[in-house]
Write a new protein. Structure first.
Length: 420
């Protein structure tokens, strides 16, 4: 195992702070042991850690060198695939699957990367772990650090984190520091001060996070009997998942486990779209933007993993799209109304699939896997405000609260005038 800089290509056994001397971020290059898909299928019956985890089931493809005594797992993963007719009708795609990463222990996909990154932190002797976060990362860092007995510090942008996510970080015992500014300001502080303050960084610039997030693809393909879909559509903020998915598919292809490579569609919010601008402009470098979107989990204007993500899109002959806040919340309302439910950022995948189908990029007969990244209860305030018509966009699928007098006549009138 060694680290490789994605900017200059330099390799080394270790890179301080996961940043190369050229300023580029690194990825893990591994030599995998001999392994078979049958091994992973056999482990589906395991009830003991670590193989009961939907991450560590694929240990040989995630971190083959780590000693099981260093593994910190809750366990995570084992999230479900859902088919819903209304979602297919909404996207105009016949075969849509949703993989709900909101079913992870702290309610988001972040737990998949965190179990690996925290385990590596334990293995390397770290004492204090830290992250910058719009919410989900902070919750996951706090929970896994608490389990591992490590101190955790999380930097959050003031006023830009939902109460549900903030409550998790506080409850799990992390030191929460509010930074006056946006996520990118908090991320800059982490990158500049981690060495001086002795912090082990757990943002997605930590390549072990990416290794853990590869398991989303591994598990989805296993659930699909190792028959890949035509497309994998994913919300895009800091671009960790886009990077991880491309790396996972490339490694499976190299191992001879893939008959075809699914195309990755990376979907950003219009108000936080630097990767979309990079892709559409066909430039060689990402230009940061000041990010503003109702989908706080992807409200990131200067994503650290853009170079890795660009490799993923190119390798899979993929696509990058943007969707408006209104499109995100309408798609979320559709997903929620099927009994599945997700946080706003998650619905960017469904909104993006619909938009790409309208453009003819995705054929209506193709099979599409949409990744839902977070739980509905991560941001209940936005959900309620959407349905009450309190957001600055048309809520075309609002389910408004009905207030009545406490008598049978008023209730009968409400029942007759409101569609059930």
């Amino acid at each position: 195992m060694r680290y490789r800089c994605v900017r200059c290509g330099r390799t080394a056994d270790a890179m301080d702070g996961f940043i190369c001397s050229c300023g580029g971020i690194v990825e893990v290059e591994q030599i995998f042991p001999e392994v078979s898909l049958e091994l992973f299928d056999h482990r589906l019956s395991s009830v003991e850690a670590p193989y009961s985890s939907g991450v560590w089931r694929y240990k040989e493809l995630i971190h083959p060198e780590i000693n099981p005594t260093h593994i910190v797992t809750r366990p995570e993963g084992n999230t479900n695939l859902y088919r819903r007719r209304k979602v297919s009708e909404y996207t105009r795609i016949k075969n849509v699957l949703m993989k709900h990463e909101g079913e992870n222990p702290t309610g988001s996909f972040k737990d998949r990367g965190m179990t690996v990154a925290i385990s590596e932190a334990v293995r390397s002797g770290a004492v204090i772990v830290a992250c910058a976060s719009t919410g989900n990362t902070s919750a996951s860092v706090a929970a896994y650090a608490a389990q591992a007995g490590l101190k955790a510090v999380v930097f959050v942008p003031e006023g830009e984190i939902s109460i549900g996510k903030l409550s998790q970080a506080l409850a799990y015992g992390a030191k929460v520091i509010q930074v006056k500014g946006l996520f990118d300001d908090a991320m800059r502080i982490i990158k500049e001060s981690s060495r001086q303050l002795g912090l082990y960084v757990l943002n997605s610039l930590n390549p072990w996070r990416i290794e853990g997030q590869k398991s989303i693809v591994f598990e989805a393909l296993q659930q699909m009997r190792w028959r890949p879909p035509d497309w994998i559509v994913v919300p895009a903020g800091n671009l960790g998942n886009t990077s991880a998915f491309g790396k996972a598919l490339k490694e499976l292809k190299q191992l001879g486990f893939l008959e075809k490579v699914p195309r990755i569609a990376s979907v950003q919010a219009e108000g936080a779209n630097p990767f979309y601008r990079l892709w559409r402009g066909k430039h060689n470098r990402l230009e940061p933007v000041e990010a503003h979107t109702v989908a706080s989990a992807i409200q990131i204007g200067n994503p650290v993993s853009w170079m890795k993500a660009l490799e993923s899109i190119r390798f899979t002959d993929g696509e990058v799209e943007q969707v408006s806040d209104a499109e995100i919340l309408d798609a979320k309302a559709v997903v929620d109304a099927t009994g599945v439910g997700c946080e706003p950022a998650s619905a960017a995948s469904v909104a993006g699939a619909r938009k790409l189908a309208e453009q003819g990029v995705i054929d209506r007969d193709e099979e599409v896997l949409c990744v839902l990244t977070g739980n509905l209860l991560k941001d209940p305030d936005t959900t309620v405000r959407y349905h009450m018509g309190e957001l600055p966009m048309a809520a075309t699928r609002a389910n408004k609260l009905v207030a009545v007098e406490p008598d049978i006549g008023s209730i009968e009138e409400a029942l007759h005038t409101q569609a059930l």
